[in-house]
Design a protein around this ligand. Structure first.
Ligand code: AHM
Ligand code: MG
Length: 337
């Protein structure tokens, strides 16, 4: 595919190679792109249109919702619920799965999404993103149950994110066709292909972790970070750089672009709150893991591959270690020691 082709053309072209493709998946991707363009516009206008700040409500996970968490959730539903491409939706911002209106046409896909990830960054004008995961609905289902959504990440048909940074970019991966990067040309109103088959370098000397949690880390994580911090004189024999944007989409994007390892591990603080991790399996860990693996990287909880985990709950949280393959494997080996 040539650089500069539109996202729609890219999907049409790749779908054409799949026997029996009906155009429904192309339509769904188009709906998602429309939602992301709207969100990009809202995030961009920010204070000018009064969308910054808190909404004064909490989501199911007890986190304070930002106005934009609520608005972008509605934008996503509005763009997907009426076009006959999905049978149901689930969002990080909604307690229960979303059932389509009775008169809405039904499609064959289920979409799980985090409409605005990293929302603690909105008010300070730092990059945020939207993350989405697409799975097949069970045949004939028009009123999906929560169980219908609880599929291991390896069964995702596709996953992607949209990064609202200095430019707006969409990264999209299917199960067997690699990860592609598109950049929104705002004048033209389209996402254009800017990097094809993105590949993450296997080695890196950059890691990302919220170091303020270091006193709560488990020994394997502490060992890994200590060895990185020891630099040239330490066991790794080289200096490491560190980054923490507190916006998973921005961290994953950096890793896809220049390599690195990202960690939000399980720690004593999370355990004390009875949480299995900070990040959500269905809206964050699974879609990002598909993208990372399709780009030649690895993704694990530290103890098991994320994509083969059997989900237990729609809002389940898991530890996440992802990025350059050799570093992730090193972290896994420390967890097994
Ligand atoms: P959110 O979905 O409520 O925005 O939380 C997810 C975000 C991730 O993007 C980021 O990696 C992490 O939370 C940052 O957490 P912390 O503030 O603990 O560093
Ligand atoms: Mg999130």
């Amino acid at each position: 595919m040539h650089i500069g082709t539109t996202l729609t053309n890219y999907i049409i072209e790749t779908q054409r190679q799949i026997q029996g493709a009906t155009g429904e998946f192309t339509g769904l991707l188009n709906d998602i792109a429309v939602a992301c363009k709207k969100i990009s516009d809202l995030v961009n206008k920010g204070d000018l249109i009064g969308v910054l700040g808190s909404a004064g409500s909490e989501n199911v996970q007890g986190e304070t919702q930002k106005k934009l968490d609520v608005i972008t959730n509605e934008v996503f539903i509005e763009a997907l619920a009426h076009n006959g491409h999905v049978a149901g939706l689930a969002s990080e911002e909604m307690d229960e799965i979303y059932q389509l209106p009775a008169d809405a046409p039904r499609g064959h896909y289920l979409v799980l999404f985090d409409p605005l990830d990293g929302s603690s960054n909105i008010d300070v004008n730092v990059s945020v993103g939207t993350i989405f995961s697409i799975i097949k609905a069970p045949p004939g289902v028009t009123q999906p149950t929560t169980e219908d959504f609880l599929k291991p990440g390896a069964e995702q048909c596709a996953a992607g994110y949209c990064l609202y940074g200095p430019s707006t970019m969409m990264v999209f991966a299917t199960r067997d066709r690699g990860a592609q990067m598109f950049t929104l040309d705002k004048d033209f109103g389209e996402f254009l292909l800017t990097h094809e088959n993105v590949q993450i370098p296997e080695d890196t000397s950059e890691f990302a972790i919220n170091a303020s949690n270091s006193r709560f880390w488990e020994p394997p994580v502490k060992r890994y970070v200590d060895e990185c911090l020891a630099g040239k004189e330490g066991p790794r024999g080289k200096d490491f750089n560190m980054r923490w944007v507190a916006s998973m989409v921005a961290e994953v994007h950096r890793i896809l672009t220049r390599g690195g390892v990202f960690m939000y591990p399980l720690d004593e603080k999370l355990k004390a709150k009875d949480q299995g991790g900070k990040l959500r399996l269905m809206y964050e860990a699974n879609p990002m893991s598909l993208i990372i693996e399709q780009a030649g990287g690895a993704s694990s909880t530290g103890r098991e591959r994320i994509l083969t985990m059997q989900p237990e709950g729609i809002h389940q949280r898991v530890p996440v270690v992802l990025g350059s393959k050799n570093e992730v494997e090193r972290l896994i080996s420390y967890h097994l020691d």
